[in-house]
Design a protein around this ligand. Structure first.
Ligand code: NAP
Length: 280
């Protein structure tokens, strides 16, 4: 058992993928895991992972009004949350013009507002205790963009920005914030979980169709291993100086480095224009 085992982790979205892998690894390491799920069957399955330390709670993270009560209720049994992992999320796929606005609202409700609502539910207790760690799972799509997933990228960029600013607000209280941006991992993300908007504008065929086809073909064959990611996350919560930003996967590393280099080049190319707008 790990020397610092026995912490309470609250992980959203533990039915599959990263959330499930992290829950299993954390339970094995001796931690207590509160895991959010969305059905009685998923709760029963989660509870079976460990008779004492696996606490499944039914919660859709967009049920903002319920979050505080659910967290209060379960932490009454487990003790306060030491580590919150905002993992629940999904990808919307579709070009901006073809995708109705309500899909953007739904995407932000889950990926952004849900994560913020969960954070607001645990922050008061972490602040009073002057301890805690908030781990927000964003994506490489929160740092680089891809055509055909603009709503998803927008939601992950938003969570990146909110998390980065939050870190500056709470670091003085001893609360750590780590923003984890994975590349492509072998989870249910590109399969059952993805919301795919129906095609309606032929003009986008050339740019979008290969992307949709490739993502479907790649599903189940992604290079990223969620079990390895889970092990890394377990190590991160033990670290005295965990990173604020952490990329996971070679694809994320390559694409984010290229984005930063290109951005730097563009800033250099337009530097004189940027400098020209202050009062002289
Ligand atoms: P996954 O296997 O589809 O797992 C997603 C989890 O989120 C499921 O447990 C799902 O629950 C839950 N969830 C979705 N909407 C929810 C809601 N409204 N309320 C509560 N729970 C909800 O995919 P994953 O890859 O592990 O996804 C986890 C996180 O990683 C997401 O934020 C995703 O955007 C991010 N991510 C994934 C990848 C990748 O390549 N896999 C890359 C970068 C980032 P149900 O079973 O009830 O649907």
């Amino acid at each position: 058992m790990d020397k610092r085992a026995g912490r309470v982790l609250l992980i959203t979205g533990v039915s599959s993928g990263f959330g499930r892998a992290l829950s299993e690894a954390a339970l094995l390491a001796g931690h207590t895991v509160i895991g959010t799920v969305r059905s009685e069957a998923a709760k029963a399955e989660f509870d079976r992972l460990d008779g004492k330390r696996a606490h499944g709670v039914i919660l859709d993270v967009t049920d903002f009004a319920a979050i505080e009560t659910v967290v209060k209720d379960v932490t009454g049994r487990t003790g306060p949350v030491d580590v919150l992992v905002n993992n629940a999320g999904y990808g919307h796929e579709g070009t901006l013009e073809e995708s109705p606005l309500n899909e953007l609202v739904r995407q932000f409700n889950v990926n952004v507002f849900g994560a913020v609502a969960m954070t607001r539910a645990v922050l008061p207790s972490m602040r009073v205790r002057r301890a805690g760690h908030i781990v927000n799972i964003t994506s490489m799509a929160g740092l680089v963009t891809f055509p055909g997933v603009s709503y998803y990228c927008g939601s992950k960029f938003a969570l990146e920005g909110i998390s980065e600013a939050l870190e500056k607000e709470v670091r003085g209280f001893g609360i750590k914030v780590t923003i984890v941006a994975p590349g492509s991992f072998r989870t249910d993300w590109a399969g059952r979980s993805m919301i795919r908007t129906e095609r309606s504008v032929d003009d986008y065929n050339a740019v979008f169709e290969p992307i949709r086809r490739l993502r479907k073909e790649k599903d189940g064959k992604q290079a990223g291993d969620p079990a390895k990611a889970a092990q890394v996350l377990l190590d991160i919560i033990e670290h005295d100086n965990p990173p604020v930003h952490l990329l996971l996967g070679n694809d994320a590393l390559g694409l984010v480095r290229k984005k930063l280099a290109d951005l730097n080049d563009e800033i250099d190319a337009w530097e004189s224009v940027s400098k020209s707008t202050d009062f002289s």
